[in-house]
Ligand binder design. Structure first.
Ligand code: URP
Ligand code: ZN
Ligand code: ZN
Length: 475
């Protein structure tokens, strides 16, 4: 007898929707049956979940998170435990976090440190990308071992000189190695050295408020770096994935490259779809006289990008010039963390926490008529699985796949607010006051119910490390 049948729901895959019952045996999906078939053949299960009027979708995969990331003299406030519990509440059943190597450190040590942080602490499955913050002969050699470790993507930074930054020569060498190994290069594309000059000039002229973070990180910085990354990737033949895109002009660069048949992909984040100077921060002075703007300080910046950039992100998702929406979940509390930059925006740790809201926030695109139901599922689950080597196992409701399933109630409602719906380890929300149509009713990871009836029933340690295959998008 199977363990579970989720019956009477509408199964939504990236390929379309169907009324169907989902049969779960152990950790995997055993069958997807047309309505009535289970009854006709007398199939019973230990448990039945009635999904009448609800969507049954593959669990969300957030391919860009930073639990416990050391940054700017502090550390991201979600642990692997608190962050993955919050993820489960929001219908996310897998994350891919970033193990960190900095200049002068060994890649192996960075990776081992990340395993130590995550092992036994995650409520959902997790994988790693590798940040290479110091490209040298030793790091290039170490990249050769990543695929065997189940790590098939790595990130370089064109920003943050002195911390994670790689110059063009380093980027070129890393991409050559990636091309040889089949690794997917993920790029933080902003011109860091130029941004640092602008930021210093602003601060020295007394413009120290959070607003100036976005002034220094102008769209030209993102467009230029995106184009440079595309050309370096083209030279080497390495596929390229640009992370956390927020500028319209940078997306145009990705579209330009894709139109010429280059293997270039773009990721945006909920903050770049919803947060803008006019929409959320319009009531405030452009100078953000108060310190509240620190909540939205992240890189690339969500503000002061103006509304036109948001529209360009939605358009990119519709035209598939952007393929991915990840959170870049990198939470910091205001108290003792964001406050480090009270007198100088350059000291505000960069990052926004959204892991709990990605599935819901993207669903608003369905509610608003911007994307279809299958595209929603493709964005929250299927493409991340294919992009990052989890295809077949995750991102789809089909026999043989892991039983990572979310029952989503389109009639439900969520008011986002700290103290109301919040499970992330933060003392504020960048999303305070957002009203969400739709609700994650049940979250299931490999056949185990993690969230149901408004209760968390999972446990830290349930989550397993995901050894990933090569990206399905490599050619
Ligand atoms: O502001 C951000 N994005 N913080 C996390 C680090 C990164 O660059 O992804
Ligand atoms: Zn980045
Ligand atoms: Zn990031």
């Amino acid at each position: 007898m199977p363990d579970l049948i989720i019956e009477n729901g509408t199964v939504v895959n990236a390929t379309g929707t169907a009324a169907a019952d989902v049969v779960v045996d152990g950790e995997t999906i055993a069958a997807v049956l047309a309505p009535g078939v289970a009854e006709t053949v007398g199939l019973r299960a230990d448990r039945v979940i009635d999904a009448t009027g609800k969507y049954v979708i593959p669990g969300g995969i957030d391919a860009h998170t930073h639990m416990q990331l050391p940054f700017g003299g502090t550390e991201a406030s979600d642990t692997f435990e608190t962050g993955t519990v919050a993820a489960a509440w929001g219908g996310t059943t897998s994350i891919i976090d970033f193990a960190v190597q900095r200049y002068g450190e060994r890649v192996e040590d960075g990776l081992a440190a990340w395993h130590e942080k995550a092992d036994g602490n995650c409520a959902i499955d997790y994988g790693f990308h590798q940040i290479i913050g110091g490209v040298d002969d030793e790091a290039l050699k170490a990249m050769e071992r990543l695929v065997d470790e189940g790590i098939t993507s790595y990130k370089l930074f064109m920003a943050y000189p002195g911390v994670f930054y790689s110059d063009d020569a380093q980027i070129l060498r890393a991409m050559q190695k990636a091309r040889e190994l089949g690794l997917l290069t993920m790029m933080h594309a902003e011109n860091g050295p130029a941004i640092d000059v602008l930021a210093a000039q602003l601060a020295e002229s007394g413009r120290t408020s959070p607003y100036n973070h976005g002034v220094a990180r102008a769209w030209q910085m993102e467009e230029e770096a995106t184009h440079r990354a595309i050309m370096l990737a083209d030279l080497t033949g390495a596929p390229l994935y640009i992370v956390h895109m927020s500028a319209k002009q940078a997306v145009e660069q990705v579209a330009w490259a894709r139109d010429r048949g280059k293997n270039v992909f773009g990721e945006t984040c909920p903050q770049y779809l919803y947060l803008s100077l006019e929409k959320n921060l319009g009531a405030r002075s452009e100078e953000w006289g108060d310190f509240e703007g620190a909540k939205w300080v992240c890189s690339t910046p969500s503000a002061p990008r103006r509304r036109g950039h948001l529209e360009a992100m939605w358009q990119g998702l519709r035209t598939n010039d952007l393929q991915m929406v990840s959170t870049d979940h990198c939470p910091f509390c205001m108290k003792d963390q964001k406050e480090l930059g009270r007198d100088d925006f350059r000291a505000i740790p960069n990052g926004i926490g959204s892991i709990e809201h990605r599935v819901d926030l993207l669903y608003q695109g369905v509610v608003d008529g911007r994307i279809s139901l299958p595209r929603w599922v493709e964005l929250v689950s299927t493409t991340p699985a294919r992009m990052f080597g989890l295809h077949g196992r995750k991102g789809v409701i089909q026999p043989g796949a892991d039983a990572d399933i979310v029952v989503y109630d389109p009639q439900g409602h969520t008011s986002i607010g700290v103290g109301k719906t919040h499970h992330m380890n933060m003392d504020h929300s960048a999303w305070e006051g957002f009203e969400i149509d739709g609700h994650v009713d049940v979250t299931i990871s490999r056949g185990t119910v993690l969230v149901e009836d408004g209760e968390f029933r999972g446990r830290a340690g349930h989550g397993r490390f995901l050894e990933r295959d090569l990206s399905q998008y490599l050619v």
